[in-house]
Ligand binder design. Structure first.
Ligand code: ARG
Length: 589
């Protein structure tokens, strides 16, 4: 099924052709002046320039052609030559019926599915997840779900940070605390204990201590640097210890991501390319792309017309250790070679723009990424506190993700009590609803912003059941289901769509036809805020319809059945859009 705007564009394009113009001027969009018409076509203006004619005359020719189409109730020309189009109510109802009859709700899948890899999450082994990782998870999850729905062959990879200096720091700090562990004895030949010497809680305490030491104490930093190089080089005790850090961290991370309903197909990390690194570097050397600088091996990626300085990518430090950029480059190699990735989307914060620019340039320059492979950094801004600075705990520290989730759920519970939501339900159900409401508040507040912008975390505002919030959307979606349940309890079922009679009903129908456009826009720009905007507009109009049309009290059975069908379609669309935002809807509330 084709989107309605697409169908109208085809019709208008044909009208342009019949009048002797190029069809490209026929683009039809939803009207930004709904008082003048439902849709608009502005093509007469640019066409007038090209064909040297009066735009109003061209608009009139097109309007005359389109009058022949029985689907239009009204065609008018406004201003210098804008064509306003309004559909007949019969056509609108018929179109919405087709959407309801379609499993995909009228959303056409992409014509040419691609192998897409979404790199998001980006949590680090041994380091606690911070707010930046929250956005990476929330936005990335939404992009992955959207690409999947549009029909691409999508894989989500968490790309763990597990090969960097934090590993050396934790090794050295642990050695300082427990020097007798066999992992530190270079002459020990194993086997190493199967049980981890530390728990997740230990690790969460050791890493900050180690990282502080590394900043203050040059000898510690030097030892950590050496340990990192030795680990990467294959020192057996360090590798065995690393495996414990990895396993303990990943178990904790999985729990956190599960709580957030964020899922990855792959739990690969920087370390997974360790066996490819030598080969990749040798190839780059053979291509003549590398040079030495202060004992380090680098790759120049600057171009003559660069407007800003572009530092080279450091492939290998003088101590032999590889860096973040090296593993990212090798990861592209692996994704292209092993997974056949045609498009790789990196949902990572904006502070890493230069990093990705360097890596992408190196990938294209060396042919690691063929020119046809898309590499995109879909960056995002910072989540700030009310003071406009990056969000911190009240004490000024970074808040752990776990603690943030607890906070958000508590806020949801308080709001629910205040708004008499889920009143009288048993405690387990109330808790489950609070979890969904809290996460909806958190995720919607994030996703409704254009991802490239910073936003202020304001839990009070986000958790309200009124206004542009996740809880408001859930409430409206649950309301639709509750109407359908009540109706079915009374033996009433949705029936065929009738032409709308009420204004609010017509508006809901029109908005429903915009679903494919909202998805397409979010897909093309990798910006879930288009979905978030759409969900809010739709929920508002549905509530207006609900207040204007008393569905369960309606006496005309056919009208009532049509309204129930509209309620059901609204519910399905809302379920889809919220799903694409990563938001779950409670059964009732
Ligand atoms: N681990 C990184 C960090 O915490 C994010 C990883 C993003 N993905 C990538 N391929 N570099 O900043």
């Amino acid at each position: 099924m084709q989107a309605l705007t697409q169908q109208l564009t085809t019709l208008a394009g044909e009208a342009f052709v019949q009048s002797g113009y190029d069809p490209q001027y026929g683009e039809v969009t939803v009207s930004n002046r709904p008082d003048l018409g439902q849709f608009q076509c502005n093509g007469a203006l640019p066409a007038a320039k090209v064909y040297g004619r009066n735009p109003r005359d061209i608009a009139q020719q097109i309007a005359d052609q389109l009058q022949a189409q029985p689907i239009f109730k009204e065609i008018t020309i406004a201003g210098p030559g804008f064509i306003n189009l309004t559909l007949t109510d019969e056509f609108l109802a018929g179109f919405v019926q087709q959407m309801a009859d379609d499993e995909r709700l009228g959303v056409p899948p992409v014509v040419q599915p691609r192998r897409v890899l979404v790199d998001y999450g980006g949590a680090n082994v041994a380091k606690p997840m911070h707010v930046g990782h929250l956005r990476a998870g929330i936005i990335g999850e939404s992009i992955r779900r959207l690409f999947d729905y549009m029909g691409d062959d999508v894989t989500g990879d968490v790309h763990l940070g597990d090969w960097g200096t934090q590993m050396g720091q934790v090794i050295v700090e642990l050695q300082r605390r427990l020097p007798d562990l066999p992992y530190f004895d270079a002459s020990y030949t194993g086997p190493y204990p199967a049980e981890s010497p530390i728990t997740l809680a230990d690790l969460e305490e050791i890493y900050p201590a180690a990282s502080a030491q590394a900043k203050e104490n040059p000898a510690f930093a030097e030892a950590a640097r050496l340990a990192t190089a030795e680990l990467q080089n294959g020192r057996a005790g360090y590798r065995a210890l690393w495996q414990h850090f990895h396993d303990v961290s990943v178990a904790g991370l999985k729990e956190d991501y599960d709580k957030l309903d964020i899922h990855f197909d792959l739990w690969l990390g920087e370390s997974d390319v360790q066996d490819h690194l030598d080969d990749m570097i040798a190839r780059l050397q053979a291509q003549g792309l590398t040079s030495e600088s202060d004992g380090a091996l680098i790759m120049e990626i600057a171009e003559p017309d660069d407007k800003k300085p572009m530092p080279p990518l450091i492939l290998r430090k003088s101590d032999g250790a590889v860096l973040y950029g090296t593993t990212d480059l090798a990861t592209i190699d692996m994704r292209v070679q092993e997974f056949g990735s045609e498009l790789i989307l990196y949902v990572v914060d904006h502070r890493q723009r230069q990093h990705f620019e360097q890596v992408f340039r190196a990938a294209y320059k060396s042919g690691i990424a063929p020119a046809t492979t898309g590499l995109e950094h879909n960056y995002f801004g910072t989540m700030n506190g009310k003071d406009g600075k990056p969000f911190k705990t009240r004490e000024g520290g970074t808040m752990k993700l776990k603690d943030l989730i607890v906070l958000v759920i508590a806020a949801a519970l308080a709001r629910m009590a205040e708004s008499h939501v889920a009143e009288g339900y048993d405690e387990a159900e109330r808790q489950e609803i609070a979890r969904m409401v809290g996460l909806a508040a958190l995720k919607y507040a994030d996703l409704m912003n254009q991802r490239t912008k910073d936003y202020v975390f304001d839990l009070d505002r986000f958790s309200s059941f009124e206004g542009r919030t996740g809880p408001y959307l859930l409430y409206t979606a649950v309301r639709a289901r509750s109407i359908l349940h009540k109706a079915s309890a009374q033996g009433l079922a949705p029936g065929p769509f009738l032409p709308p009679t009420a204004d609010a009903e017509r508006t809901v129908m029109l908005l429903l036809t915009g679903l494919p456009d909202a998805l397409q826009q979010a897909y093309d720009t990798r910006m879930p805020n288009h979905l978030a905007d759409y969900a809010y507009a739709l929920a508002n109009e549905f509530n207006r319809f609900y207040n204007a049309c008393h569905i369960l009290r309606e006496e005309n059975a056919a009208v009532q059945a049509s309204w129930l069908a509209l309620t059901q379609l609204f519910r399905r669309v809302m379920e889809l859009v919220l799903h694409l935002l990563g938001i779950e809807i409670p059964e009732r509330m």
